[in-house]
Write a protein that binds this ligand. Structure first.
Ligand SMILES: [Zn+2]
Length: 190
């Protein structure tokens, strides 16, 4: 386990249903996928948006494997290592589905290396017990909409923080400390 990484692993986080996981999805439309596995997409959305509060999420993948050492694993890769660290600290102290979140840094940064290509092509003969990642299919359109929503939420949060800061300063000025204000004014006149 690395001391730092852009990627977090949340172990056994997704309550995988093996009967759904073996269903081939090759010829299904996005709408079929949503309908069939509504619970999963709700879950994915929650995780994605929650993680995005800490920074830009580059990738979020959920394993469909059913072997004990991979069952329900979720990987979240951030743009920035520090955001991953903040997210880790926060998630560590939380409960999800009645138990503590088991989360740590993961050395995986390139999912192309560890994913099972046969699974993507619907022909993995090892099935759910395969040792390569069987990454659950999430339509790119869905991910894009989450990314957009996360960005808007972040912008709103930043704006609120900025306002709060201003209000705090406004209060401290009215309570008599005008020194910092006049100093910044004289600086801007230079
Ligand atoms: Zn496989």
């Amino acid at each position: 386990m690395p001391a730092f990484s852009q990627t977090l692993i949340l172990k056994h986080f997704w309550a995988n249903n093996p009967s759904l996981s073996s269903a081939p999805s090759a010829n299904k439309t996005d709408e079929d996928l949503y309908k069939e596995d509504e619970e999963f997409f709700d879950f994915y959305e929650d995780v994605y948006l929650e993680a995005s509060k800490f920074g830009v999420v580059e990738e979020c993948v959920v394993c469909d494997n059913v072997g004990d050492h991979m069952l329900g694993h979720v990987y979240i890769k951030f743009n920035d290592e520090e955001d991953a660290a903040d997210c880790l600290t926060s998630f560590k102290s939380r409960h999800y589905g009645g138990r503590m979140t088991d989360v740590e840094f993961s050395p995986v940064t390139d999912f192309r290396e560890s994913r099972c290509r046969q699974f993507d092509d619907q022909c993995c003969k090892r099935g759910g017990f395969c040792n390569f990642m069987h990454i659950k299919k999430v339509p790119p359109k869905f991910v894009r909409s989450l990314r957009e929503e996360a960005r808007e939420a972040k912008a709103k949060m930043d704006e609120e923080r900025r306002k709060e800061k201003e209000e705090r300063r406004g209060r401290s000025e009215s309570s008599g400390s005008s020194r910092s204000r006049s100093r910044s004014r004289s600086r801007s006149e230079d």
